[in-house]
Design a protein. Structure first.
Length: 326
């Protein structure tokens, strides 16, 4: 009897010890997680402050358009390149994409709807975006431009070229959303980062996964902050821009493009699938298609070849005004 009581007491002691052990473990995990989030939050806060200082150096201007305000960078002189940024971008990304041309060209890099100081209309369609760009060009007294677009900006650039060929000298697309070869039976209604991550801290925490998910280095985050000021535009791209060529397939008559184009794409792009542009490239009349085996969405390691091909394309079509029948 005494032995049984001793065993029972021992079992109870072990159970209490196990409960305490798991409580200690849980407490330790919570403390570690809290410290991790606190550290990440502090680093993110510092990075956001630095990003705002970085943006101030661009000297962006704001134009009052019929739909609202549009913020843009205007630098350089000569032939004009309208640089149209991708998702999670803004005037900074647009300018940086074309910055190596600023010594020879005038670079206009606006923030698209909902990005970095630019308002968004109730209907933020690519068609409305192209129309807003025309209004901006009118204010700046610019007649014709080369369209230079990356990633999600490709849809807007294509829309602009289709709707305003008389304002377009050439179309340059780098790792952009591709038009479909035929009307898709179905498509994803949301094509972008998860909504709950479209903020400074959410995207900061996601950065270690940029490489496996998007093929980009984690330090790409520094060009995406402050994400809070890019959130509205990112969600517009995810729900409107990126699906417009599928949803409005018959409105994108690519075969009717009246301007020359040059398209750059890497086969290992995880965001703008090479297979998509490969299938639809024949829809583009008067098009140069340059393919890289590697480089990912940002075409890393291919800048020399890209710059050379772009320079040849730009120089060839500077006199487009007299070459096209309109």
């Amino acid at each position: 009897m005494v032995m049984n009581n001793t065993k029972i007491a021992t079992l109870k002691t072990k159970k209490v010890w196990h409960k305490r052990m798991w409580a200690y473990i849980a407490c330790g995990v919570l403390i570690a997680l809290s410290l991790f989030l606190l550290m990440q939050g502090t680093e993110c806060h510092v990075a956001v402050i630095k990003s705002r200082d970085r943006l101030a150096a661009y000297g962006a201007d704001t134009a009052a358009l019929n739909y609202g305000n549009m913020t843009y960078v205007d630098k350089g002189e000569g032939e004009v390149i309208l640089s149209i940024h991708g998702i999670c971008g803004g005037y900074d990304q647009g300018f940086d994409n074309a910055a190596n041309k600023v010594s020879d060209y005038r670079i206009i890099a606006p923030s698209r709807f909902g990005y970095l100081g630019s308002d968004a209309p109730d209907d933020p369609s690519p068609k409305k975006q192209a129309k807003a760009f025309v209004e901006l060009l009118d204010i700046l007294e610019i007649d014709k431009v080369f369209l230079f677009a990356t990633s999600a900006g490709g849809t807007v650039a294509i829309r602009f070229a289709l709707d305003y060929p008389e304002r377009t000298k050439g179309l340059i697309l780098i790792s952009t959303t591709a038009p479909y070869y035929e009307k898709p039976v179905s498509y994803q209604e949301y094509q972008g980062p998860p909504k709950f991550l479209c903020n400074n801290f959410g995207m900061w925490l996601l950065r270690p996964f940029f490489k496996p998910l998007m093929g980009m280095e984690s330090d790409t985050i520094y060009g995406m902050l402050p994400m809070n000021e890019r959130r509205d535009g990112t969600l517009i791209d995810a729900t409107v821009t990126n699906i417009d060529m599928a949803r409005s397939f018959y409105e994108y008559e690519i075969e009717d493009l009246k301007v020359p184009s040059i398209i750059f794409q890497a086969k290992d792009d995880l965001m703008a699938k090479y297979e998509m542009i490969e299938q639809s490239i024949d829809r583009f009349p008067n098009c140069i298609f340059i393919v890289f085996e590697t480089g990912g969405h940002l075409l890393v390691g291919n800048s020399e070849e890209i710059n050379k091909a772009m320079d040849e394309f730009l120089n060839e079509h500077k006199s487009l005004r007299s070459a096209l029948p309109f």
